[in-house]
Write a protein that binds this ligand. Structure first.
Ligand code: STX
Length: 319
């Protein structure tokens, strides 16, 4: 069983201005001359953290982690203006140029898998490989699963807490009701809604509940960015067409790739990974028997670290 590599200190940090308003936090660690790999975090609004650097051999990879617009150490915090999927795809290209990377591997979980796939479909020639976990395809059925009639059947107790925060007459469209509060003028209402939104997702994230992990979802800074950005992106259907990702898989079919998905993923059901894999048989699919959605459960960490080692080997043979 592979476990996370030891904590790493970045050798370089950047504050990258990508628009009039937005600045991104970016850092680099590992081997300056290694294979460039970009960690693409989830949410949207999930931000990277110290563990994001620990899935790859630091002597083999040049590890780049960053916070997408409006979250983590990127500023302004929680900003929704000029914050779309297309903006994020462009930001990744801007980072690639700034960092003087010719081609890189993308490593993304959940929304990070969505964004990695969309970037790869837009710039296939820039992508050496894809390592994706907890596939999220941003279709109506994916939003409905989490916010209407899927995960609630497995977590009815947690769902009650999520629903009870909204008055009865607004419960027909929960996402809309939350979005209104998360973007309203009342600061206390914004924060209360953010915590409920974020805790709902946190509750569904792990096979084995972890009070420490759940506590992180209630932290005001994290909860606010996650809830505001997710509701903004999902109200806008991810700013992509229904089925856009699946319909464009031919563009990236030959990129060396690995898919890792927990069997008990209650945020993004395993069906998503199967649907993707059917159109992408060359991407090896690893179903982790004893994991949920989170990227930090032991079986998932093991599969992801094996995937980064495998891809490094495969790329050696390519050059
Ligand atoms: N959001 C799926 C997603 O990308 C619907 C995601 N789920 N949990 C996370 O991200 C974090 C743990 C990064 C917050």
């Amino acid at each position: 069983m592979q476990i996370l590599f030891p904590e790493l200190k970045p050798y370089k940090r950047h504050q990258l201005k990508v628009s009039d308003k937005h600045e991104l936090y970016v850092d680099e660690s590992g081997n300056v001359h290694g294979i460039p790999i970009l960690f693409v975090h989830g949410g949207p609004g999930g931000a990277c953290d110290a563990s994001s650097r620990r899935f790859y051999d630091p002597s083999v990879y040049r590890i780049i982690t960053f916070d997408q617009r409006g979250c983590g150490r990127s500023t302004p915090h929680g900003e929704l203006e000029n914050n779309t999927t297309q903006d994020l795809i462009c930001d990744i290209e801007v980072m690639r140029e700034l960092l003087d990377v010719d081609r890189w591997v993308l490593f993304g979980g959940s929304w990070g898998s969505t964004l990695s796939l969309l970037y790869a479909q837009a710039f296939p020639a820039r992508v050496l490989g894809l390592i994706l976990r907890g596939i999220f395809l941003c279709r109506q059925c994916d939003f409905d699963w989490l916010y209407k009639d899927g995960a609630r059947r497995v977590f009815p107790d947690c769902w009650e807490e999520f629903v009870n925060h909204i008055p009865i007459d607004e419960r027909g469209d929960l996402m809309k009701a939350y979005y209104a509060r998360l973007t309203g003028d009342d600061e206390l209402a914004r924060m209360a809604a953010a915590k409920h939104w974020s805790v709902w997702e946190g509750n569904c994230s792990k096979l084995r509940p972890s009070p420490e992990a759940l506590a992180r979802f209630t932290k005001p800074h994290k909860a606010l960015a996650l809830a505001r950005l997710e509701s903004h992106y999902f109200m806008n259907k991810g700013f992509i067409d229904e089925n856009q990702i699946l319909e464009n898989m031919h563009l990236i079919r030959d990129i060396p790739s690995r898919i890792v998905h927990g069997r008990y993923d209650m945020v993004c059901p395993l069906e998503n990974a199967l649907a993707l894999h059917k159109l992408w048989p060359t991407a090896e699919l690893h179903i982790v028997r004893e994991s949920g959605h989170s990227g930090s459960e032991p079986g998932t960490v093991d599969a992801l670290i094996r995937a980064t080692a495998d891809i490094a080997k495969q790329l050696e043979n390519f050059d």
